[in-house]
Design a protein around this ligand. Structure first.
Ligand code: HEM
Length: 238
């Protein structure tokens, strides 16, 4: 037991161990962001589709499924952020200034801003959870709770109306669009970088992984921004 703990400790203490953890948790978060976007796009299939989907997620494994997913996501985010901050600190401490400047010149804008786009995304996630999960200011839990609806004889959470109302407010829509642009920048670099860390991309295939990273980031931006813009600017669902 203590031998296993010791080797885990040594793995985390090494810089390659931390990089692998950042890559694996990044992969998990990429999977989540893609799945979440596909689920969100159900809004274009109408109220029943997205409300049924929300209800399915909430009731999977007798309500336990959503908590398992939340615990996994929280662990992935914490490990991803803590290991990245520790790697950034170690890199700064180890690099003489001239080398750091040279590296900054040759690395892309997205890679230089990884730590900042990442930390801003964290602030977005907190805002997003307060907005749609805790539903601060959304009348949730009060007698006047408006985001409920009847479907197939059940009372379910009205995700459709909550999202339409949420993006009918310009400041929220603008903040989401800024966060999606940052997410896009973060993903465009993170995607190819993780395959490099895991030793999957080679010198030859690296340009292909880079292109795939840009395509994936563009897809996530386009899918999520389409929801915000069609509600905010084009009045979808109102
Ligand atoms: C326009 C884009 C987005 C829309 C419309 C949207 C919509 C939603 C909704 C409606 C919920 C609450 C579901 C419910 O319980 O009723 C939710 C939860 C959540 N969203 Fe998003 N989301 C968007 C983008 C994102 C992005 C980019 C991320 C991550 C970077 C994200 C991360 C989360 C997380 C972590 C939860 C909490 C899941 C839970 O524990 O219940 N979302 N989102």
């Amino acid at each position: 037991m203590s031998a296993a703990f010791d080797s885990l400790n040594r793995f985390y203490a090494s810089s390659i161990g931390k990089k692998i953890l950042v890559a694996l948790t990044g992969l998990m978060l990429i999977g989540f962001v893609f799945g979440h976007m596909v689920g969100n796009l159900l809004i274009f299939a109408g109220p029943d589709a997205i409300n049924d989907y929300g209800h399915l997620l909430q009731t999977a494994l007798h309500g336990g499924g959503v908590w398992i997913a939340r615990a996994g996501l929280l662990a992935a985010v914490v490990i991803h952020v803590v290991a990245t901050i520790s790697l950034t600190k170690a890199n700064k401490a180890a690099r003489p200034d001239a080398y750091a400047q040279h590296k900054a010149q040759v690395s892309s804008k997205a890679s230089q801003t990884m730590i900042w786009s990442g930390l801003t995304l964290l602030a977005f996630i907190v805002y997003h959870l307060l907005h749609f999960t805790v539903r601060v200011g959304n009348d949730f839990g009060s007698a006047a709770y408006v985001y409920k609806t009847d479907e197939h004889g059940h009372t379910v959470h009205n995700v459709y109306k909550m999202v339409i109302d949420g993006f009918s407010w310009a400041p929220a829509s603008i903040f989401y669009l800024i966060a999606m642009a940052l997410l896009c920048s973060h993903l465009s670099h993170g995607f190819s970088s993780l395959f490099q860390t895991l030793g999957i991309s080679t010198d030859k295939s690296e340009p292909l992984f880079k292109k795939a990273g840009y395509a994936f980031a563009g897809l996530i931006f386009a899918g999520n921004a389409a929801i915000v813009l069609s509600i905010w600017l084009f009045g979808y669902g109102r």
